[in-house]
Design a protein. Sequence first.
Lengths: 314, 300
Amino acid sequence: MTQQVTTQLTEKLPRLSRARAATVRPWLLLAPALAVLAVLLLWPLVRVFLFSLQDYGLREITTGEPNWIGVENYAQILATPELWTVVLPNTFGFAVLSVAGTVVLGTGVAVLLASLGTFWRTVTSSAIMAAWAMPAVTGTYVWVWIFDADRGVFNDALMSLGLLDDPTNWFTNRWTFYAIVLLNVIHHGFPFVAVTVLAGLLGVPKEMLEAAEMDGAGSFRRFFSIIVPQLRQVFAVVIILSTIWDFKVFAQVFLMPGGAGSNRSVLNLGVWSYVESFGQNRYGFGSAIAVLLTLLLLVVTAVYVRTVLAEEER
Amino acid sequence: MSTTRPLVRPDAGAVRRPQRRPYGRTSRRSPLRQLGKGVLVALLLVFTLFPVYWMLNSSLDAQAGHTNSFWPAEPTLEHYVFVLTEGGFGTFLRNSLLVALGTVLVSSALALLASVAVARFRFRMRTQILMLVLVVQMVPLEALVIPLFVQVRDLQLLETLIGLVVVYVALALPFGIWMLRGFVAAVPVELEEAAYLDGASWGRMFWSVLLPLVAPGLVATSIFSFITAWNEFIFAMTMLGGATENYTVAIGLRSFFGVHSNDWGAIMAASTIITVPVMIFFILVQRRLASGLTAGAVKA
């Protein structure tokens, strides 16, 4: 049928014009989108790199004149002790813990959901959707409110249980600060993992699981020997996407008390870049930090693109 | 523990146990297992819903910020009234709505055209373009905000809503193309060919055949773009600067934070107003969102 239609089509239209339309038309359709991407995403990426090689401050922004200093910004970043003791540990440590937490919790919830009846599965997945839909900004404010030093419900509860004598400010300490960010990010991030892994779980052939059960494999054994290999692709995508998202966590840190630069011990790469640029007007220095963050993400992204396109072109 | 009442009929599942589980393992429906599952579900519900509940609770309690209670001690709508009148949140809502709708209109149109190109045509560089669309989504906003601030400044669009729309279109476009591509690809080519056979031009086919069939995908993509613009924080904060009258909801919230004390009742009421439309939209598109992100890795 298709074959027949195609031959009729080719007979109907002059050969040359049809071929030309087929080569030109996709580019015409793509042109507006590509123009937007080029001007508003690719050119800025080039520019942030160019800024990073300059002493780019308010004067340069106003006059538009370049002020090249080579790789001095990068040298200065690498020579900042804070980079090694604070910024990188905060960025990497947080990314590792939150990806692990998100993926483990999300997978656990997916397994739980798969074992529930229709009613409870609907109830639970709706609740998960609510957590997912919470915008980062409002979600962060809610956590800040819960953990507020003077009036927050967390301190209140600990004190009435006798676990705490005086109200504690959890935001001044680097570890408790990031524990709250972790809670916030996992709460917001695990639903995506749960929904995605659940979709994958429901696709695993029941016969395989039943056969393994017959052979005496326990539920852990069944999970790691059958489900995990079957869902390799799903796990790869979920882990990589979470890594990308958690590396560049910004609002969840920036909006916390002290997170916008006043507490130097909680800086991560993204926030550091922002406060140097827009707080100190050192746009060149901030750009160099942003370039480093982008390069780190690019490595993870390369793995992601390969994983997804491998599936695409199968 | 054995005295706890089972959550299902005691005989449920007992009949099939001998044949199905010859090794005498605990049945899936054993009371103990059901109880464990019930506890896990309860914990999960508390963890996921507590922040949402606490936001609603504080927004409805006149005592919020003074004494904590697990239901509104003094139920009131005064925080909502304050936020929407004196708080100026009505203006922020209007701004966010304008910006989000502008973003949806422009980005959906551009994404539709581009997705038809990558889903329907085989041409040189097609894979490279798909790759580009994927890669640009991963660029951190912290890296874009500096050059885009300069660019928007040069265009004299700082502190304007149009400046924000321009940026948000770029942010929403790549995912929009990626998502719509799947919908376009799902339309049977035979339908298009039938339209050609009936003498329709390509443009006619696009309007009368492709567009109606892709409409659900267009709705999903639009909702996604809407949420992106509605929630965005870093560009709004940077580019709107001191132009309070142009603030969007995400940064308008900050006006309820004081130097010495914060008006938590108002902050939570405003947060609720921001969150509710997103939650409704989200429930409408969540399945599409997940599958768009994993892009074929899951066959649901």
